[in-house]
Write a protein that binds this ligand. Structure first.
Ligand code: ARG
Length: 458
């Protein structure tokens, strides 16, 4: 007997090479749970509109439940001759229920079925990611609390720029991760539109009730245009874009901490459990987790590229090319979920080397910009103040000293009568406390934001 769901039209069987080439069961089997849920909702709706009896629907629902358990127990036999998870589930249902099983696919096509299962899977994936992102945010907030009061150098161009509170630094990552969560929530709104009921491409002449299926699957709305449905992978691209941006955020952070853990910087004490050693150099403690986090971002960005190229030339409606969406989506998700789940404990267990940071904090003129601002506050035009401080820094470079160590006369020349006040506000600690603006590293500002984040994430 021809095992294919579409066997009726065919006389000859499929070439074995074609079966191997066209199968998707090797990767789409992970959709089994979501496909079952969608099929159960579909069967119940079919009974409501009289296309199945209530008993038939219940038989289908409970048999699908059993099939799900069989899969979870490793009892399901997968075969490339049945192409994909959708066909496997239907075939097994027919084995169990005979003609009743043969009714499930009424008013449905694999075209709307596959995208429905993928959307339901993506919805869950988004919720999982949201929890992982929140966990990493909490880890950064805990670091901000633990290192409260510690001042670190802030960098631009990786050159010393201005002092910042360590708490301010950690909260910067909390902000990025919040945007990642917001973006995923926004993407979820488009994921949660129900394709099922679009059938092959044009809808169906049978009296289905799509609204009923929508309610059963907790979707927000029903996709309006049946022709759009099966070619629409916008949601998948958006989702993978969100993943690529998370991976990019993580990569930047990982790079920073790789640098910070060098002997040259020595800002961080990375936990042993998150580092690895060298097979030849006995002294080494390598930040492999951070390096791999940085490296894996390439895979996720690549997946986004892959999806764009996949869909860019596709006409409406379903085209078999679309089967290739899943490996990219799954790999991007697995990669980012993996990165996030090691990032949170790594952050929690990493400590700043406070003494090392403090011992070199006065190097690099972190107070120069605040000095300039104090001149501006005393009426010196900005450009003149900039030039004057630039000259003072040049003088310091010559004398190999800090700004605070220059003679009073040099400040007197810049701000007559105010040199004492100005000089006493120099130094990194003074510079730090001088900050005032909203969102700045001003201690009161950082403390307020830390409090707000703690409350928001609790
Ligand atoms: N295995 C296919 C996929 O993953 C299922 C849809 C096939 N539809 C079709 N008309 N051949 O996309």
């Amino acid at each position: 007997m021809n095992q294919k769901t579409w066997g009726g039209r065919f006389t000859d069987g499929t070439d074995a090479r074609v079966e191997a080439f066209t199968e998707s069961i090797s990767f789409d089997r992970r959709l089994y749970r979501h496909d079952i849920i969608a099929s159960q909702a579909h069967a119940r709706m079919l009974a409501e509109v009289g296309l199945l009896t209530a008993t038939e629907a219940e038989q289908i629902v409970s048999s699908l439940e059993e099939i799900g358990a069989e899969i979870e127990a490793g009892k399901m036999e997968f075969s490339i001759s049945l192409e994909d998870i959708h066909t496997h589930l239907e075939r097994r249902l027919i084995e169990k229920l005979g003609d009743v099983g043969r009714k499930l696919h009424t008013a449905r096509s694999r075209n709307d079925q596959v995208v429905t299962a993928l959307k339901l899977w993506t919805r869950d994936a988004i919720d999982e990611l949201d929890a992982l992102l929140a966990e990493l945010q909490k880890a950064f907030v805990e670091s901000a609390e633990r290192e409260a009061g510690v001042i670190i150098p802030g960098y631009t161009h990786l050159q010393r720029a201005q002092p910042v509170l360590a708490a301010h630094y950690f909260l910067a990552y909390v902000e990025k991760l919040q945007r990642d969560r917001d973006r995923l929530r926004d993407c979820r709104a488009r994921v949660n539109v129900l394709p099922l009921g679009a059938a092959a491409l044009a809808g169906t002449s049978l009296p289905i009730n799509r609204e009923s299926v929508r309610a059963k699957l907790s979707s927000d709305s029903v996709a309006r245009n049946s022709l759009d449905v099966s070619s629409d992978r916008d949601f998948a691209l958006e989702f993978v874009f969100c993943l690529a941006l998370i991976a990019t955020h993580l990569s930047g952070w990982a790079e920073e901490w790789v640098i910070w853990s060098t002997t040259e910087f020595n800002f961080l004490d990375l936990p042993d459990a998150f580092c690895t050693g060298s097979s030849i150099m006995p002294h080494k403690k390598n930040p492999d987790v951070l390096e791999l986090t940085r490296g894996k971002s390439g895979r996720v960005i690549g997946a986004l590229q892959q999806l764009f190229v996949l869909v860019k030339g596709l006409p409406l409606a379903y085209n078999r090319d679309l089967q290739e969406d899943k490996p990219a989506i799954f790999d991007a998700f697995d990669t980012v979920a993996g990165c996030l789940s090691v990032a949170a404990p790594l952050v929690r267990q990493t400590k700043l080397r406070r003494e090392v940071i403090a011992s070199r904090l006065e190097a690099g003129f972190l107070d120069a910009t605040t000095l300039m601002e104090s001149l501006i506050a005393r009426g010196v035009p900005m450009r003149s103040a900039h030039e004057a401080v630039g000259n003072l820094v040049r003088e310091c470079e010559k004398r190999k000293c800090r700004l605070a160590e220059l003679p009073d006369s040099m400040f007197e020349a810049v701000a007559p009568g105010q040199s004492v006040a100005i000089k006493s506000s120099l130094g990194v600690s003074n510079a730090l406390t001088a900050f005032k603006s909203y969102g700045s590293t001003a201690p009161a500002e950082v403390e307020r934001q830390l409090r707000e984040w703690k409350e928001r994430l609790s």
